[in-house]
Write a protein that binds this ligand. Structure first.
Ligand code: B12
Ligand code: SF4
Ligand code: SF4
Length: 316
């Protein structure tokens, strides 16, 4: 584990693949201030009332759980998680696309991360290290801890990793000496740039407000089952799940886009099986291995989502 004034970095060797991470720590005393920011946005009507977003965020609160009120510090991690570069074969053509960060097995579990915290970060036995009992809004935490900065697209960016990260968090009764509390910061590049705003297919990134209009974000619809809203433009879909439009051309990702992970192509036969809507077990298994999504096996819901998304990607 290496130190610098605000961020720390390290490497976990999971299944022999090294996984790089950065982390920062802050005191739990900042929790009320963090919650105030969210309450303020709610008061100003900036938090969407779309049911899926409400469902995702309903339980979130910057508050300690009843079973761990003595927690002193929060550890926030950014784990490197580059998109997978995937080619889909259909009608004799090869269609390049992505599986963005966050949708595939990152190769490091919460348990492995907890061991890393104990052995290489706290380095002292006998401390409680838990996932927060009440989930936090992780980007705000990452930005205020000095680990990350917001892009205009509302995604958080970490030096050296860009936005292609997974955020993970622990609370502990260990008290860290350093607490690099920061103001809410935006990427320097955003000051003169509007590329993500221009690229967003749904107009979710708006000129007159910073908080995106979540109801116009493609991801909200294509990572769950259901029909796409009528406003989604033809050809808007660009990823197996989620959307890469506001990240792929972003100057804040200029280095990071060079490190996408190539995976085996999805074959004509596999695509045909998925387009049918009822892929056989063998296809579900092979695609789940290629896309590093073990949870596809046994999840009818995720298979339906993938069937729909692969269909629109190859058929328009
Ligand atoms: C709900 C949710 C969604 C929803 C809503 C997204 C959203 N922007 O809120 C949907 C389904 C649309 C979604 C999409 C995506 N998500 Co999401 N999502 C979440 C979840 C569960 C909660 C996010 C949340 O708290 N939103 C509430 C809003 C209010 O918070 P906020 O976005 O941080 O907004 C802040 C800024 O607007 C800031 N602010 C306000 N005014 C101003 C003014 C200035 C000048 C500045 C600088 C800041 C600022 O204050 C707000 C509050 O702090 C988190 C997991 C978690 N536990 O945090 C993952 C998470 C945020 N998602 C993640 C990812 C990867 C994505 C996608 C990129 C997936 C994809 N397409 O590939 C997209 C990105 C879409 C986008 N442009 O934001 C990652 C982000 C990693 C990163 N690099 O930051 C997270 C952290 C999951 C994880 N564990 O890693 N997501
Ligand atoms: S595309 Fe431009 S404005 Fe958008 S997040 Fe990246 S640097 Fe900022
Ligand atoms: S993920 Fe796609 S739809 Fe959502 S804000 Fe970014 S560009 Fe727009």
């Amino acid at each position: 584990v290496q130190n610098n004034p605000t961020r720390y970095s390290g490497v976990i060797k999971s299944n022999s693949t090294p996984i790089t991470y950065q982390y920062a720590t802050v005191s739990t005393m900042h929790l009320p201030e963090l919650q105030d920011t969210i309450d303020g946005l709610r008061r100003d009507g900036l938090l969407s009332d779309v049911p899926t977003f409400q469902e995702y965020t309903r339980e979130m609160r910057f508050s300690l759980a009843e079973d761990f009120p003595e927690a002193k510090s929060i550890i926030i991690f950014a784990i490197s998680n580059p998109p997978l570069a995937v080619n889909l074969h259909h009608g004799g053509k090869s269609i390049p696309t992505f599986l963005p960060s966050g949708y595939y097995d990152p190769g490091v579990s919460y348990d492995e991360l907890r061991v890393e915290v104990e052995k290489n970060i706290i380095k002292e036995p006998g401390h409680r290290i838990e996932r927060p009992g009440i989930p936090f809004h992780l980007k705000l935490l990452a930005v205020r801890s000095g680990l990350a900065r917001y892009g205009r697209n509302n995604i958080s960016y970490v030096n050296g990793m860009g936005s292609f990260i997974l955020l993970r968090c622990f609370v502990t009764d260990y008290e860290f000496q350093h607490d690099h509390w920061q103001d809410i910061g935006m990427l320097e590049q955003c000051e003169t740039c509007r590329l993500c705003q221009k690229q967003c297919p749904g107009g979710a990134i708006q000129p007159n407000r910073f908080v995106i209009d979540v109801s116009r974000c493609l991801t909200l619809y294509n990572e769950v089952e259901g029909d796409f809203p009528a406003w989604v433009p033809e050809g808007a879909h660009n990823a197996v799940l989620g959307c890469m439009k506001c990240q792929i051309t972003c100057p804040g990702n200029r280095q990071a886009v060079q490190h996408f992970i190539p995976v085996d192509d999805i074959t004509e036969e596999e695509i045909a099986e998925y387009i049918s809507g009822t892929p056989d077990e063998k296809t579900i298994q092979s695609v789940s291995e290629k896309l590093r999504m073990p949870w596809l096996v046994g999840s009818k819901e995720m298979v339906n989502v993938l069937s729909r998304n692969l269909s629109v990607l190859v058929q328009g």
